[in-house]
Design a protein around this ligand. Structure first.
Ligand code: ATP
Ligand code: MG
Length: 356
């Protein structure tokens, strides 16, 4: 297959982790006979340095004309003095909204080899942690009215959590489609005992579920879900939830799996075009030192293969190569533990690519 991929290296460790991911893409090309056209564009601090704007028009055009976007990380203290509308992080929000990316997928998978890194008790870890959070990204309280006003001589503030049937329907479909590629279970998380937006959420999810008789649906209140993630994460396959609950639960989910350096993410909308990036930031403290963990970005490439290109075998081969390198005891500094060999970002990328 021929695919166009917009590649944004970004700032800090961004260029280093992208370089290793590109090695992996080239290997997949060779092994499976695909052709990936990589188009490098700038966003964030690197773009500010070049042209003064965090999100140049050319970057937008290239992203819109590509089959997918691969991003390293943007931002850093150097850009703290930029005005709010030109902050590096704003470039990301800009790309998300221009590409209509309303679904955010974050896997929470504990590699067996990294189990020491989980803060959870051994018997809980033993049961396995391998689920996916599907978070709605463009609705809910973040996008409702935010109001602060004077009433009876004091300040009063409120924020509106709003969802339409169509917004819930499209994200629910993403969750059920995702479950079909995994363990065929969806747990929809809401607060339907209190919130009207959650009552609507639940009603629409039940409706969508009728088209997926092969997927098992359950519901959970968000407070209980936060507890269950610590108590019994093995019960989850796909967690479907709205924007703010997803923000909170996906951070909790990444924490229980240990290191931030290994976790990928995908965001997409109605088309198969998605944006793929590790969940960590630009880590300016270790930039340029060949110490960054490239696995979160490499696994983001695997997600791109699977979710945007329907290349499930290719994704599996990448995931297996990562597993093998960890089996062999190789770790970047952030994953170091007893009886392991610490290697740099480049060597980690080389070894993973070689195993493909
Ligand atoms: P952002 O606001 O962009 O999310 P942040 O300041 O919250 O950034 P990160 O940039 O993710 O946080 O860095 C947090 C810590 O984790 C830093 O000490 C950083 O060095 C470390 N870190 C982040 N990503 C990696 C990685 N890929 N490999 C190794 N260490 C990392
Ligand atoms: Mg952060």
């Amino acid at each position: 297959m021929n695919k166009k991929i917009a590649v944004i290296k970004g700032d800090g460790i961004g260029p280093e982790i992208i370089e290793e991911s590109v090695k992996v893409l080239k290997k997949i090309e060779d092994k499976f006979g695909h052709s990936f056209e990589l188009i490098y564009v700038d966003a964030g601090g690197a773009a500010i340095d070049k042209c003064g704007k965090a999100l140049p028009q050319e970057t937008i055009d290239v992203c819109l004309a590509s089959d997918s976007v691969l991003l390293g990380a943007v931002g850093g203290p150097k850009y703290d003095s930029q005005p709010a509308e030109n902050r590096p992080e704003r470039a990301l929000l800009g790309i998300r909204s221009l590409l209509g990316l309303y679904a955010n997928l974050r896997p929470a998978k504990l590699f067996d080899q990294l189990r020491d890194a989980s803060p959870l008790r051994e018997e809980i870890v033993d049961a396995g942690i391998d689920f996916m959070v599907v978070r709605e990204l463009t609705g809910g309280v973040y996008f409702g009215d935010h109001v602060t006003e004077e009433k009876d001589g004091e300040a009063v503030a409120y924020d509106v959590m709003k969802y339409s049937e169509s917004e819930v329907k499209r994200i629910a479909k993403v969750a059920f489609d995702t479950a079909r590629l995994r363990g065929k279970k969806v747990c929809s998380v809401d607060k339907a005992n209190v919130l009207d937006s959650s009552k609507l959420w639940r009603k629409v999810v039940v409706e969508v579920a009728k088209d997926y008789p092969d997927v098992e649906l359950s519901h959970m209140y968000v407070d209980n879900a936060a507890m269950q993630l610590c108590k019994n994460p093995a019960q989850f396959d796909v967690i479907l939830t709205e924007n703010m609950f997803g923000d909170i639960l996906s951070d909790e989910a990444s924490m229980i799996t240990g290191t931030i350096g290994t976790i990928p993410s995908a965001s997409f909308g109605d088309s198969t075009r998605g944006m793929y990036e590790p969940i960590h930031g630009s880590a300016p403290d270790i930039a340029g030192m060949d110490m960054a963990n490239p696995i979160g970005t490499i696994l983001s490439v695997a997600m791109m293969m699977k979710y945007s290109f329907h290349m499930e075998n290719e994704a599996k081969v990448i995931e297996e190569a990562v597993g093998k390198v960890l089996d062999q005891g190789y770790r970047t500094k952030d994953m170091e533990s007893a009886n392991t060999t610490v290697i740099g970002c480049k060597e980690m990328g080389d070894r993973i690519a070689e195993l493909i």
